[in-house]
Design a binder for this molecule. Structure first.
Ligand code: DOR
Ligand code: ZN
Length: 352
């Protein structure tokens, strides 16, 4: 018989873009509804590079939430070529900053302040290992001669593997892993390498973005890959392996800047990720591993307690209806379209 409901510990989103200002005010409630905590990415303009920046940004997030919500933003610092060992020491001592994010310069939205010459950051990686401050990597090279679909595999060979060989104690998360190469690399590593997986990469391959017309709302970075990669991601996510956990990479841009001659990269999935994920896990006959992926593995990685609060997901005979857009000032943000009916949704009325 088809399973009709599942109760989870309240999930955590271990990779989230909340932005700032009006956009922050518009998006944060979507995350707060379905997630207890989130690892908040630091790619603002200017980036969040110090504990002081992170403390102020955290307060702006809490202010945007208002009272009566228990959502907890977990902050990250943006690694630049000006980051110092002192910045890292303060971060590790802060209780606010949970990790440091490496963006190769030019890899994605607001990555211009990122690292150009990785060799210059090795002393900082050593410091982070000493402080047990995890390194979160956007795992793509940006070299002109590397095809965009190969960026992740080349990053593993040229950047990630050398870091891990030199500083094996450093705890690293390969953020939004999108290839079989990434999954296999994480799977073959010891216990210091982890990976987040997004909702959209588990649901879609590159055909969804490119066949029958170009669909800019599916454009994200790392870019969607071919089906064999999606299958590898699904196997990893649904396996229960503690090294893989949810990071939606929900990244709002206005509909106008997405539907554009030079459209921005990012998928806004915070509002409907959980129904989509239950669908993926059901299809893979692994609903019993959904809680590990959404609510346990990430918390353990960050040394956090698993949330006591519970969430009930229910399966209905009619597809769930999600809003397609929501307003941000005079603009809108377009919500992730999973491209198929979703029968699972969060029962927000349940008191558990
Ligand atoms: O698609 C993406 N959008 N990938 C990223 O790495 C950044 C994000 C954003 O901030 O818009
Ligand atoms: Zn991201």
């Amino acid at each position: 018989m088809t399973q009709q409901e599942i109760v989870l510990n309240k999930p955590d989103d271990m990779h989230l873009h909340l932005r700032d200002g009006d956009m922050l005010s518009a998006v944060v409630e979507h995350s707060a509804r379905d997630f207890a905590r989130a690892i908040v990415m630091p790619n603002l303009v200017p980036p969040v590079t110090t504990v002081e920046d992170a403390t102020r940004y955290r307060q702006r997030i809490l202010d945007a939430l208002g009272s009566g919500t228990s959502f907890e933003p977990l902050m990250t610092l943006y690694l630049t070529e000006s980051t110092t060992a002192g910045d890292l020491e303060k971060a590790a001592a802060s209780n606010i900053v949970k990790a440091v994010k490496l963006y190769p310069a030019g890899a994605t939205t607001n990555s211009d302040s990122g690292v150009r010459d990785i060799a210059k950051s090795y002393h900082l990686f050593e410091k982070m290992a000493e402080l047990d401050l995890p390194l979160l990597v956007h795992g793509e090279v940006t070299d002109d001669d590397i095809d965009i679909f190969d960026r992740e595999a080349v990053f593993i060979d040229r950047v990630l593997d050398p870091i891990r060989r030199t500083i094996p104690e450093l705890r690293i998360v390969m953020e939004h892993v999108t290839t079989k190469d990434g999954v296999d690399y994480v799977g073959s590593a010891g216990n210091n390498l982890f990976a987040t997986l997004t909702t959209h990469h588990l649901m879609l391959n590159r055909n969804a973005m490119l066949v029958g017309g170009i669909r800019p709302h599916y454009y994200c970075l790392p870019i969607l890959k071919r089906e064999e990669h999606r299958q590898a991601l699904r196997a990893a996510a649904t396996s229960g392996d503690a090294r893989f956990f949810l990071g939606t990479d929900s990244a709002p841009h206005t509909t106008y800047t997405k539907e554009n001659a030079c459209g921005c990269a990012g998928v806004f999935s915070a509002a409907n990720s959980l129904g989509c994920l239950a669908t993926v896990f059901e299809e893979e006959q692994a609903l019993e591993n959904l809680n590990a992926f959404t609510s346990v593995n990430g918390a353990k990685f960050y040394g956090l307690d698993i949330n006591d609060a519970k969430m009930r997901l229910v399966r209905t005979s009619e597809p769930a209806v999600f809003p397609q857009h929501f307003k941000v000032g005079a603009e809108t943000v377009t919500v992730f379209d999973p491209g198929k009916p979703i029968y699972w949704h969060v029962d927000h009325a349940a008191s558990l």
